[in-house]
Design a protein around this ligand. Structure first.
Ligand code: GDP
Ligand code: IMO
Ligand code: MG
Length: 435
């Protein structure tokens, strides 16, 4: 029956037509994901977060206003877009209510256009307390967690104890109490004082979540793909904070890499389309852990001052350093990046020269691999390039870029073997150049 086979094949072919594009951080987070998702949103029907939780702080700027989103996808400020919090996210009802309240105050009602997966796990007040107790017990070797309860919430997920959004339709209070009791038992092993005063706010947050469409988002996302809707998946954190491939144990507790989008949304690997890899023109890291190209001198301070490098979630000063191509190549490999986006390029405007780490010297041996033990004697080997000494903030076309910046981009493309498609030259949504 060749006719029927042909029709079936055409159907399958059509099914494969629409893809999910994924945007991910290639460094240690804070690469400017929020800003770029906001810039790209007009091209998509749906924006979705697939992992992480309120440890994320994604900043968007437009009309002289700055907004920092933690749990909510960065597509919410563009009209008529559907935003989805998918199953891989850990959701804190307290933070969620706060975010919804502040967006509501701007006259934006999200109750129709923001959907939440029933399978997303909830962060309880006791998860946050456990996070703080665990960090305090680690002392000097602490991870430098944002203390948002991320680790303990994912531990309950993989330990099969977690409380999910869908449980709100079941005997929620009993399940909550059961999990809280488990946490209180655990807390006894720490010498850590705590109070449960946030419990009331937690249940207020749950009531806010009830106003939203709580669905099996894996079905909805696959249906939207079949209807030829375009989807952009917004990563949180960065590849070097990935639970498997990051600088373990100084990592977050989810898979931040592209593969995490499949499990975090319930989509097949074959549905992934473009993979946008976003990186700063230099490097930052907030929290503890190895950072080979870190600058602990005036240059590092200068990057922090000009780049306003203070955490969007915790306000902590970010550690700064030069761009690290060994780490960047690793991230590109893990994610299958198809297009690169470089942000904060304007931060380098006043530098006479710019350095880029092209390999590592490990105990005197040159290597272009990220070693298992990044805390070993890893010294970056730098290439120095001429700075452009030009104010980029008003430039909107690649033709107007100074020669030195064009050379910098060409150098990166040659090393990384992936095209650089966007250059961000300031925090505002208008400050972007498509190449
Ligand atoms: P995210 O977590 O990846 O979304 O990044 P964050 O929002 O935590 O941090 C990026 C910071 O840099 C925010 O304050 C942004 O407003 C700002 N930003 C984003 N792109 C640019 C840029 O191209 N130039 C400058 N100067 N700032 C930028
Ligand atoms: P966005 O999405 C930068 C870091 C913390 C800490 C480690 C573990 O804004 O890029 P966790 O709270 O997950 O237990 O912290 O990961 N971290 C981030 N650093 N940007 C983030 O998110 C981060 N989310 C977590 O500082 O070192
Ligand atoms: Mg951030």
């Amino acid at each position: 029956m060749p006719g029927i086979r042909l029709i079936l094949c055409q159907k399958i072919h059509k099914k494969n037509h629409m893809k999910v594009d994924v945007l991910l951080g290639l460094q240690w987070g804070d690469e400017g994901k929020g800003k770029v998702v906001d810039v790209l949103t007009p091209r998509y029907d749906v924006i979705t977060r697939f992992q992480g939780g309120p440890n994320a702080g994604h900043t968007l700027e437009f009309n002289n206003h700055k907004h920092i989103l933690h749990n909510i996808p960065s597509g919410v400020f563009r009209e008529d877009k559907l935003n989805i919090i998918s199953n891989g996210v850990v959701l804190d009802p307290i933070v969620f209510k706060r975010e919804i309240d502040s967006i509501m105050a701007m006259g934006i009602d999200l109750t129709q256009n923001l959907w939440i997966s029933r399978k997303a796990h909830l962060i309880l007040p006791t998860h946050r307390i456990l996070d703080a107790a665990s960090e305090a017990a680690k002392g000097k070797s602490k991870i430098g967690s944002t203390l948002k309860g991320i680790g303990p919430a994912y531990m309950d997920k993989t330990g099969r104890n977690g409380l999910r959004v869908g449980d709100m339709e079941l005997d929620f209070k009993a399940r909550y109490e059961e999990l809280k009791a488990k946490h209180e038992k655990l807390l006894k092993q720490y010498d850590f004082e705590y109070s449960l005063e946030e419990e009331e706010k937690f249940f207020e947050g749950i009531e806010v979540i009830r106003k939203f469409n709580r669905v099996d988002t894996e079905y909805e996302l696959n249906r939207l793909l079949e209807e030829n809707k375009s989807i952009l998946a917004e990563g949180a954190q960065g590849t070097l904070l990935d639970i498997d491939f990051g600088s373990y144990p100084f990592v977050t507790s989810s898979n931040t890499i592209c593969a995490g989008a499949c499990t975090g949304m319930g989509i097949a690997p074959s549905t992934i389309g473009e993979v946008y890899g976003i990186f700063k023109a230099y490097c930052t890291r907030v929290g503890s852990g190895p950072f080979p190209s870190e600058l602990v001198d005036d240059q590092g301070e200068r990057l922090r001052d000009i780049g306003k490098e203070f955490g969007s979630t915790t306000g902590r000063p970010r550690r700064c350093g030069w761009l690290d191509l060994v780490a960047l190549k690793y991230s590109i490999m893990l994610n299958g990046v198809t297009q690169l986006i470089m942000t904060k390029t304007d931060v380098l405007d006043s530098f006479d020269t710019i350095k880029v780490a092209t390999s590592y010297s490990i105990d005197g041996e040159l290597s272009d691999h990220l070693p298992y033990n990044l805390e070993a004697n890893v010294k970056p080997v730098f290439t120095e390039m001429q700075g452009w000494k030009t104010d980029l903030s008003g430039i909107r076309s690649g033709d107007q870029f100074p020669r030195e910046l064009k050379e910098y981009i060409q150098f990166l493309e040659k090393e990384l073997k992936v095209p650089v498609k966007y250059i961000s030259v300031g925090p505002d949504r208008e400050q972007i150049v498509e190449l």
